[in-house]
Write a protein that binds this ligand. Sequence first.
Ligand SMILES: [Zn+2]
Length: 228
Amino acid sequence: MAEFAGRHPNEWGLAVTGVVTQSAAQPVVLTLDACGGPGGAGVDQELLGLLRQLAVPATLFVNARWVQANLGLATELGHDPLFELANHGWAHRPLSVVGKSAYRIPGTGSVAEAYDELTGCLELLRAASGVEPRFFRSGTAHLDEVAAGMTRRLGMLPVNFSVNADGGATLGPGAVAAALAGVRPGDIVIAHFNKPGSGTGPGFRRALPQLLAGGTTFARLGDVLPPL
Ligand SMILES: [Zn+2]
């Protein structure tokens, strides 16, 4: 915290300096978030089942509140080689060192609060998976470049996305499928697996078989991004 105290950020958003949004590898990476909190602690079992049925891997960004509400499932997913657990924060706050907000959600207000947001979920993730989390995405995916630097200093790569497939689990199946149909090699896709009943699962069900038939390959972030 002393190392980052007093640094003033100049950037705020989804793709600030230090954040990864694509990979240099051929496979597409599906990153699925579970944000937790009121209305956010659900599980889209159909989507998870589809990925297993098609053997399509994914990186799962889970928030501490979601893990606490789904401890058994988190451990199951953490030990399934098809998946990889990643850090989606402690209280799902935008990651700011000066209290910026996103979508009217107040971000962390200081280096100390950003540190807590970055580290609060780590013990839960270690317990669920047995391995050290390598990737972080903040609540709302907004952050500043000082906070991105803190993330790296703590041994995690801040990762956002090049394709938004479900608009925060608000899009219908057709729009989700259309977004997925446009993926290119190296894309990192964001969607959600904590909103059963949304258009996300049906959209993936429409799009994934066609992508696989067309030769698109999939991998987890840990398979395509080099260690920090
Ligand atoms: Zn989230």
